[in-house]
Design a protein around this ligand. Structure first.
Ligand SMILES: NC(=O)c1ccc[n+]([C@@H]2O[C@H](COP(=O)([O-])OP(=O)(O)OC[C@H]3O[C@@H](n4cnc5c(N)ncnc54)[C@H](OP(=O)(O)O)[C@@H]3O)[C@@H](O)[C@H]2O)c1
Length: 313
């Protein structure tokens, strides 16, 4: 009798906070709210227990509706699902943090957030305009607040007990070191782009040392060129282990100790992405040694401007 493969149920304990984060996460960067609702419902149905949201995605209510519908069936309880959401760049001023957090909770229809993150380290001009631009169409940054001041506002949210952990997103190693050095409560989770074309080993090593979970977004390379899922190393392993290239990339993410986020609106792909199984050690090593392509798909880490989100015209 073979033992069932439990990779898809991996949970990583939260060191700086409470709870544990399911390594297999579903992202909700989906533009249409109806599609968001359906995709979230499917993700919960097939087994995802970690849902990533953001104020910026403007669809938290649709995610909240899908979660509430699942809770109403009795098949799922709130405590079964790890929910993250993110503070947008226009709300970095400390006095704007709590109202933004409460608005996210209200839209998501949940009392507490499992991890609340600063979406990017870049503060934009405070206000309702998510993408403030000057007359030359340049982003208007806000020099009136520092990242540590925003971080301290998140620490206060944790003190109040309505979020179980706090984190940073789109941050590089240098800025992360600065926050870790002065934080009263260290980041529990760091969400960055990462996949076999951008493994971020140094960042992962630092996160391991500090008890921080690295949460990889664009785990499938966001479907952009050069296509990770067409990489010959990945496709050869997929054939060998009788899995899809997507399942190989996602299993690799979990086995090297990260959590990941993936997104689809197609039920078949959502299910496939959940049904990952452990790769043999030689496949893990092959991905590390034989993939030489190096690509960052999203420039957000350098500017705070999300590379994947079309600007409102
Ligand atoms: N912090 C940040 O700044 C930031 C930035 C970007 C994203 N994120 C988060 O990360 C999440 C994931 O990001 P992402 O969209 O870049 O993820 P991704 O999973 O790398 O890319 C999604 C692409 O992969 C395809 N795909 C999904 N499942 C598949 C499967 N099983 N087989 C084959 N192809 C598959 C999708 O196509 P189909 O739609 O055709 O299935 C889509 O083209 C977002 O939803 C968001 O929550 C965060």
């Amino acid at each position: 009798m073979t033992t069932p493969d439990t990779l898809r149920y991996t949970k990583i304990p939260i060191t700086h906070g409470s709870g544990a984060i399911p390594a297999v996460g579903f992202g909700t960067l989906i533009h249409d709210p109806v599609a968001t609702n359906q995709a979230t419902a499917t993700a919960l149905e097939v087994g995802f227990r970690h849902i990533d949201c953001a104020e910026l995605y403007r669809n938290e209510a649709a995610v909240g509706d899908a979660m509430q519908a699942a809770f109403r069936t009795g098949a799922l309880r709130r405590e079964d699902v790890f929910v993250t959401t993110k503070l947008w760049n226009t709300n970095h001023r400390p006095e704007r943090v709590k109202p933004a957090f409460d608005a996210s909770r209200r839209r998501l229809q949940i009392d507490h957030v499992d991890c609340y993150m600063i979406h990017t380290p870049f503060a934009f001009r405070p206000g309702d305009e998510l993408d403030p631009r000057d007359e030359r169409d340049q982003v208007v940054y806000d020099s009136g607040v520092t990242l540590i001041e925003t971080w301290q506002a998140l620490e206060r949210l944790m003190d109040e007990g309505q979020c179980k952990s706090i984190g940073l997103s789109d941050i590089n190693l240098e800025k992360l070191r600065q926050i870790v050095a002065v934080a009263r409560i260290k980041p529990a989770v760091v969400q960055v782009e990462s996949h076999p074309y951008l493994p971020e080993w140094d960042l992962l090593d630092f996160c391991r040392e500090q008890g921080i979970v690295l949460l990889a977004f664009a785990a499938l390379g966001h479907g952009l060129d050069p296509k990770l899922l067409d990489d010959p190393v990945i496709t050869a392993i997929a054939q060998r282990v009788h899995k899809t290239p997507a399942q190989v990339a996602l299993a690799w993410a979990v086995q090297r100790g990260t959590a990941f986020l993936t997104t689809s609106t197609k039920p078949y792909n959502i299910q496939q992405s959940f049904e990952i199984s452990t790769l043999p050690e030689d496949a893990m090593q092959e991905i590390r040694d034989r993939i030489t392509t190096s690509v960052r798909f999203n420039t957000v880490v350098g500017t705070g401007v999300p590379g994947f989100i079309p600007r409102a015209s």
